[in-house]
Each structure stands twice: as C-alpha cells, then as structure tokens.
Write a protein that binds this ligand. Structure first.
Ligand code: GDP
Ligand code: MG
Length: 163
C-alpha cells in the first residue's frame, strides 16, 4: 500500500531537501534561510519500490504572537495525524538542540510511529551529533545525507515494518 510519510523537525535541518529527493522533483523550496517553506506540501514518490506520499512541513516563520514551539507543535500535529509514519529529522552537524529535545518529548507521547533521522551525516562532521541522537528516546537514528542521497537504503529498511 501507499505509505504516507510526514517529514517533521525544526527549521533548516533539511526536511525540504529530503522531500525533493523522495518526490523526485523540485517541489519544495530549499533555502539557507531557516523556515523558508511557506506551507506544507505533499507529493507522491517512490523509494526503492515503496510507494510514498511525502508531506513536507514548514512555514514557522509566519506567526507573530506565538512561540516557535507552539507553532511547530500545531503544524506537526496536523501533519502526523494524517501520516502512517513521521520522520523526525535532526541536523547531526548542528547537534541536538533544546527545540529538538522538546519535540522528541512531544512525539514520544503520540500515537504515530516515529523514525528518527539524523541528516547532514555525509563525511565526519555529523558523528558527534549522531551520538547525541540516542538521548532522544526515539530509537536508533537513521543517518542520512538528504543532499547527497546517502543512507536511503537504511531509510527503506526503517520504513519497511510500516508497509
Ligand atoms: P528545512 O528548513 O528543514 O526544510 O531545510 P532545507 O531542506 O531547506 O535545508 C536547509 C539547509 O540545509 C540548506 O542549505 C540545505 O542545502 C542544507 N542541507 C540539506 N540537507 C543537507 C545534507 O544532507 N547535508 C548538508 N551538509 N546540508 C544539507
Ligand atoms: Mg523546508
């Protein structure tokens, strides 16, 4: 069956980059400015023969009177509500931030299964951040480089139980 996968995580971790790779087209806006995607988008794609509907989330820069945490939480709730699996992405180069920890705690309480993905793992710069991921209580991180297309086989393996 087609698997609906929502990519969630704080701004600038590489969600839209992974979305574009999975969708196979340049649909989401990727930018160096944190939170540049205006809306969530969804697209159908394939990953090693798995039929996916991928949901990209963002738009967190737009509210004025609300905290980043509150906005991110609302958006994440909406996205994972309709998803079979959530991919919670962190930036292994930046390491785990307080916002990542906050979100991990929130996601651990939810019903949607979560796969932890550590992005920007090409080369060695991601190694310390990857180790920090184990503290999040969301299982073993899947190391990825969305930009370079590394780790996709491990992502497939992580998704397989939910097919
Ligand atoms: P989003 O805000 O989570 O959607 O993040 P974006 O996909 O817009 O990416 C934010 C920044 O991270 C951009 O400059 C991307 O080029 C960069 N980026 C995304 N994936 C990778 C990766 O695998 N490795 C590295 N080094 N940078 C990446
Ligand atoms: Mg984005």
């Amino acid at each position: 069956r087609r698997l609906t996968v929502a990519i969630i995580g704080r701004p600038n971790v590489g969600k839209s980059t992974l979305f574009n790779r999975l969708a196979g087209k340049k649909l989401a806006l990727v930018d160096d400015t944190p939170g540049v995607t205006r809306d969530w988008r969804s697209a159908d794609g394939y990953l090693a023969g798995i039929e996916l509907t991928v949901v990209d989330t963002a738009g967190l820069e737009e509210a004025f009177d609300d905290s980043l945490e509150a906005r991110m939480r609302r958006q994440t709730e909406k996205a994972i509500d309709r998803a079979d699996v959530g991919l919670f992405m962190v930036d292994a180069r930046a390491g785990i931030t307080p916002l990542d920890r906050h979100f991990a705690a929130f996601l651990r309480k939810g019903k949607t299964p979560i796969i932890l993905v550590a992005n920007k793992c090409e080369g060695n710069a991601g190694k310390p951040g990857l180790m920090e991921c184990f503290e999040l209580g969301l299982g073993d991180p899947v190391p990825l480089s969305a930009e370079h297309g590394e780790g996709m086989a491990d992502l497939v393996e992580a998704l397989t139980p939910y097919l």
